[in-house]
Write a protein that binds this ligand. Structure first.
Ligand SMILES: Cc1cc2nc3c(=O)[nH]c(=O)nc-3n(C[C@H](O)[C@H](O)[C@H](O)COP(=O)(O)O)c2cc1C
Length: 217
């Protein structure tokens, strides 16, 4: 475990050497720290598994090491409490992520980014409002929401204090000028998911901007 923490510390140092402004510790979507947090994947019987306290242990050690390098104000953490990507599952995300949020609050990190939906699109049950409530009750820094947002829903939820900020993934891939399109309430290019993970040279750099779509006079 100590070696793993050191790898994250080295990553944080590397990010600093590369001139980044801060770092986000990835504890979402089935990556290593998420595997420790969630009861569905963490079947350990030592002090790193079992109770929520134990499942949070490695993620918190990592985050503390990263804070050592960066200072708490330049560190954020990404979680996906109800995300099923990479076969993830937690029996009680309200408890697990409510507790984790409190601990992140005590550490004083800058923000938490919550993937509120599987990015594979299963939005059928809506956003996990009780988990969001538990996280916000515990964590008082900036709450960033993510997952299948439209500009309209983002505006609404920011207005209703359900989040402070919203991040966008796929709409950004397909719309190089996404903020401008949101400002103008313009129509968006649709993404082509067959180009996300391979194929040929198409995708990512060849979606048109609004300007390029304007009919030439
Ligand atoms: C092509 C692609 C690759 C992604 N890779 C990662 C990844 O490596 N790690 C991660 O946490 N999320 C990854 N995501 C998920 C996004 O960060 C984001 O959470 C997701 O797309 C939901 O936001 P959206 O509905 O605005 O796209 C990826 C998404 C896409 C489309």
């Amino acid at each position: 475990m100590a070696d793993i923490v050191e790898q994250y510390r080295q990553g944080a140092l590397n990010a600093k050497a590369a001139g980044f402004d801060g770092v986000e510790v990835h504890a979402a979507n089935g990556y290593l720290l998420d595997q420790f947090l969630k009861s569905g994947s963490n079947h350990r019987s030592d002090e790193f598994g079992g109770s929520v306290e134990n499942r949070m242990r490695l993620p918190l050690m990592v985050i503390e090491a990263v804070i050592d390098v960066w200072g708490k104000g330049n560190v954020g953490v990404r979680v996906s409490p109800t995300g099923s990507f990479n076969a993830m599952y937690d029996e009680d995300p309200v408890e697990t992520f409510g507790e984790f949020a409190k601990r992140l609050n005590d550490l004083g990190i800058s923000y938490i980014e919550v993937v509120e939906d599987s990015f594979q699109g299963n939005h059928a049950n809506g956003r996990p409002e009780s988990v969001i409530d538990a996280i916000q009750a515990g964590f008082h820094g900036t709450y960033i929401a993510n997952g299948a947002y439209t500009a309209e829903e983002a505006r609404k939820r920011i207005g209703n204090d359900r989040c402070d900020l919203v991040t966008f993934g796929r709409p950004f891939i397909a719309n190089p000028d996404l903020p401008e399109r949101f400002r103008q309430h313009a129509e968006l290019n649709k993404w082509d998911d067959s180009t996300f993970y391979g194929g040929d040279e198409r995708g990512y750099t060849d979606y048109p901007t609004l300007k390029e779509l304007e009919p030439s006079v």
